[in-house]
Design a binder for this molecule. Sequence first.
Ligand SMILES: C[C@](O)(C(=O)O)[C@H](CC(=O)O)C(=O)O
Length: 304
Amino acid sequence: MTYLVGGEAPSESAGKRFRKLLDAPGILQLPGAHNGQAALQAKDAGFQALYLSGAAMTASMGLPDLGIITIDQVEFFIRQIVRSSALPLLVDGDTGYGETLNVMNMVRAFEESGAGALHLEDQLLPKKCGHLNDKKLASADEMAMKVSAAHRARRDLVIVARTDAAASEGIDGAVARAKKYIEAGADAIFPEALTNAEMFREFAKRMPGVKLLANMTEFGRTPFYTAKEFEEMGYSMIIWPVSSLRAANKAQADLYATIARDGSTEAMLPRMQTREELYRTLRYHDYEALDRSIVETVLPTIAA
Ligand SMILES: C[C@](O)(C(=O)O)[C@H](CC(=O)O)C(=O)O
């Protein structure tokens, strides 16, 4: 299948498809896909939905995750992932790129680009990775207004409200904010940077009936828990936001070091995706077959 045949694209909106997966039994597993190639590889591994991380997008552009990219740049990532994989995608909306109207503009832009869900956080700019120190928070009311704006702007997009409050306001503060964000129209809550299983359980216990997202980012404050363990703790979604980029970047650094050392890439061959694997992942032959089929339709062979 290729994205070039419009009739083969899913007819149901990405938002509706994302919501169905979220409502299905079991935890929805959302590995980060930082570009179209990663999306295809995740799809081939069997995942039904994906996550687009702000940290991974910016890092792939050689930039820090401080909220300095633009909506247009994010749309470029959303489109390539949706086109290549056709999977419902949860997109990192950071702080919403401004205030109420900017949030609404972002929601429209992301939904029109093919996103199925987004998350919006209660930090102030310059925002930071949720697992770092000294985050500056917006007031709960300011954030609730953004959530309400996102809710008003969306057609089917699923709205996840993230709170970064646990570090500075404790679980009580994070729960109070989360309840306010749900009242304002959020479909789900992302409690960021909880540091142990007790906190995850406590948060879930105090938010009964609310869909919750767990962030299993590496090198952060959350210890490793599996998807199953988060499900048992009461979570409905899990993201591994930056993992694909971290793995790819490490391999890339090794490649450059190898070339600098050997003047050759040969030692890296066992760790490279082969041409055959690349073309298979890209569905290269489907594009060729499509091209041939058009030629055959328009230029039928004329009997001599
Ligand atoms: C989820 C996150 O916002 C992201 O951009 O993917 C980051 C991930 C990270 O920096 O590890 C986060 O703030 O947790």
